[in-house]
Ligand binder design. Structure first.
Ligand code: 3H9
Length: 698
């Protein structure tokens, strides 16, 4: 028989309810029912004077069981459990350790007093799932900590340390060491003081400024664009201030329900699990032995190499960076120090932290100094010749068993591995720029990459603060290969009648931080220009040339923001893109030269022509086994390319919002209109439709 979800025990006159639902004590039906029963039993037991509610294992309750959302309700409701606790005739103390989050903290709010371990953290992170705290959190937190604090805490969803929680009255005491002993002692102390059965619902929510809500709404407008939950949270806090508790609770329930059934929250809940799944590799079991990583080395201390080195230092792993000149090393280190000092200035770390991290970064100009490194990541110029030189050298000096990684964003990892006599040790680790900020790591397995190398790199990725995914070898991997499809159609649409600002607006309104032309101006239009020249793309590609407008723009030296002009003009240092009649003239001239009659474009066509080809390419990547699962593609797009998380990711969006049939029809329609084989639907798309399945069924 399985163990009960709530264990009941006593310590003298103190009853103890221990939540026993590993790994994170989520509030499943069994936990809720067990708590309700335990409270009822101990509440009616004259031998018990106070009750301590505590989490077993590594944490207090980390929230509602997200997998239960949308399923028919069963067991005791969380509201009833919290109500039973609040109205219990015995003094209830919640004892918090690990992470008391969401419904977990809301449960603790039902207790009369809260004690936390000093290492414990609390928070209401529902917003990250497109939800709001729906078990009284929106009504109780403003009553404890004030409306302004509650707004910020719930809209950010951040975790709050025990010290801050104490200062804000979220917990009443912080203890070190043995939490249960501390909680029992605290309960006895409260009993001896005849402390009242304090209920948060009886308090008043304080609002300091009459313009609080208006000001707060304005302050989050940019960040919360497209999301629903943030705005509903604000409405709940307004209710907490304006209405009696029970009416506020009714408002919270209504606004929570609205979110629970929203597509935005469905997407964000999907994404929560997708991110965790993406770290798992289908054919690499969780118990695969891993190599020990105690030291790292980075070849190159430019923007990428420096950012990667910071990730190691942040994780406390000593790292050596190699450059070809002292000057390059000095420059790289100066940038790293500057980044850390900026963080320190903003209060993100102390100056001692800055020095500690800088001390973990060593520099060298000699490959010999890398011979003891457990992992060496190459972040040098993106051509095969340069990579060949580096990997030939690494093969000579790296110790046996060292992992040799390339940060290439699209070159063939198998070819790179072939420059060594140990291709099993070679893997791609595609960081995104700026590497110290961007969370995504697109790890790339070569044909020969050994499983223990994959397992080690997936673990290392998390250790250095990244969200890992694993993909196979192909040009551009998953992210850039799909991005290219969007780029191709964006370029064609300029030739056919659209303007950069029109295309960018549609993509921005969809929820991306910026459209493809603004992105190109930011990254530098010359990058693509040089690649096109190198490849002689006009002859090579089976697709119509995409560079006519882009080349004309680059030929004028309009490389983007850095030159003050690209697809837009810029009044530097202000980086706001300003539509430029000169660009319109270049585009119109190009159309004329190509013999294309320009026509008007509607937003829907722009959306379909930029995003549907990405989904189609995603289907091909799945077919080819480059992506393991549709969810990996989604995680890559949300983290690396700014796909709005409230739309799940391109494959989730295709499955659940647009529908595969609609996409398939549109691809055929554009194929017929253009006669371009570009639009041929992927065989997988056709097969899934025929079988009535989705990408997520694969
Ligand atoms: C809520 O509470 C709504 C209420 O306001 C209203 C109700 C009416 N449910 O992340 P990890 C799984 S909304 C189900 O790898 P860590 C997770 O999938 C909720 N499963 O560990 C993973 O499974 P697997 C508000 C959950 O140590 C395993 O547990 N709460 C849940 O890196 C380990 O997770 C939150 O949003 C859950 N709630 O981080 C907190 N949580 O091993 C969400 C985790 O099969 N959770 N799992 O892959 C977290 O932020 C992190 O999991 C936590 C631990 C910080 C707790």
């Amino acid at each position: 028989m399985s163990e009960p979800a709530i264990l009941q025990s006593t310590d003298g006159e103190i009853g103890i309810l221990t939540v026993n639902n590993p790994p994170v004590n989520a509030l499943s039906a069994a936990v809720r029912t067990g708590l309700a029963e335990g409270l009822a039993k101990m509440g009616g037991d004259p031998a018990i004077k106070a009750i301590v509610v505590i989490g077993g294992g590594r944490t207090f309750i980390a929230g509602a069981d997200i997998r239960e959302f949308g399923k028919p309700p069963s067991g005791a409701s969380l509201h009833d459990v919290i109500g039973a606790m609040e109205n219990c005739s015995k003094l209830v103390v919640a004892a918090l350790h690990g992470t008391a989050l969401g419904g977990g903290l809301e449960t603790a709010f039902g207790a009369h007093y809260r004690v936390a371990l000093s290492s414990g953290r609390v928070g209401l992170p529902e917003v990250l799932l497109g939800l709001l705290p729906g078990a009284g959190g929106t009504q109780r937190l403003p009553r404890i900590a004030g409306a302004a604090y509650a707004l910020e805490a719930m809209v950010s969803g951040r975790q709050i340390g025990a010290k801050e929680a104490l200062a804000k009255g979220i917990v009443d005491r912080v203890v070190e060491g043995d939490l249960l002993a501390g909680a029992v002692a605290y309960a006895r102390e409260l009993l001896s003081q005849k402390a009242p059965l304090r209920r948060i619902r009886d308090m008043t929510a304080k609002v300091d400024s009459p313009t609080l809500f208006e000001g707060f709404s304005k302050s989050i407008a940019r960040k919360a664009r497209g999301f629903k939950a943030q705005w509903n949270i604000i409405k709940c806090v307004e209710a907490a201030v304006a209405l009696p508790f029970d009416q506020g609770m009714a408002r919270e329930r209504e606004l929570f329900g609205e979110l629970l059934t929203s597509s935005e929250s469905a997407a964000q809940r999907f994404y929560f699990f997708a991110e965790r799944e993406a770290a798992k590799v289908l054919d690499v079991p969780a118990d695969t032995p891993q190599r020990e990583i105690r030291t790292g080395a980075i070849i190159g201390c430019g923007t990428m190499g420096g950012g990667i080195a910071m990730n190691f230092a942040n994780a406390g792993i000593p790292v050596t960076v190699l450059e070809t000149s002292q000057e390059a090393l000095d420059r790289g280190l100066k940038v790293i120090r500057g980044n850390y000092e900026n963080t320190a200035k903003r209060g993100g770390m102390t100056s001692a932290d800055v020095e500690k991290r800088m001390a973990l970064i060593r520099t060298t100009m000699s490959y010999d100094d890398l011979k003891d490194a457990d992992v060496i990541i190459e972040a040098v110029f993106e051509t095969m010749e340069v990579k060949e030189g580096v990997f030939t050298k690494l093969d000579q000096i790296a110790k046996p068993g060292a992992i040799l990684a390339t940060n290439t964003s699209g070159l063939n990892v198998d070819q790179i591995a072939s420059y060594t006599k140990r291709p099993g040790d070679v893997i791609g680790m595609h960081f995104f720029s700026p590497a110290n900020v961007m969370k995504l790591l697109e790890n790339v397995r070569g044909k020969a990459t050994s499983k223990d190398v994959i397992a080690t790199v997936m673990t290392l990725s998390k250790k250095i603060g990244k969200i890992p995914t694993l993909v196979g070898v192909c040009e551009g991997f998953v992210g850039n290969r799909m991005l290219r499809q969007r780029g191709i159609q964006s370029a064609y649409m300029l030739e056919e009648g659209a303007l950069p600002q029109q295309v960018d607006k549609v993509i921005f309104d969809f929820g991306f931080p910026m459209g493809p032309f603004q992105m190109s101006d930011l990254a530098g239009n010359d990058v693509g220009w040089r690649i096109r020249q190198g490849k002689n793309e006009k002859e090579q590609r089976n697709v119509r040339y995409t560079g006519y407008v882009a080349d004309a723009i680059c030929e004028l030296g309009r490389f983007g923001q850095k030159t003050g002009a690209g697809y837009y003009k810029y009044d530097l240092p202000d980086r706001t893109p300003i539509p430029d009649p000169a660009v319109q003239a270049i585009i119109e001239e190009t159309s004329k030269r190509l013999g294309v009659t320009r026509r008007a474009f509607g937003d829907q066509e722009i959306l379909e022509r930029t995003l549907y080809p990405m989904v189609n390419e995603g289907a091909k990547l799945l077919e080819e086994g480059i992506a393991q699962r549709a969810l990996d593609i989604d995680v890559i797009w949300v983290n690396g390319y700014g796909w709005p998380v409230y739309r799940g990711g391109p494959m989730w969006w295709a499955d659940n919002v647009v529908g595969l049939k609609t996409i398939h029809h549109a691809l055929l329609r554009y194929k017929e209109m253009s006669g371009d084989p570009f639009w041929e639907p992927a065989p997988l798309l056709k097969r899934l439709i025929a079988e009535g399945k989705k990408f997520s069924d694969l």
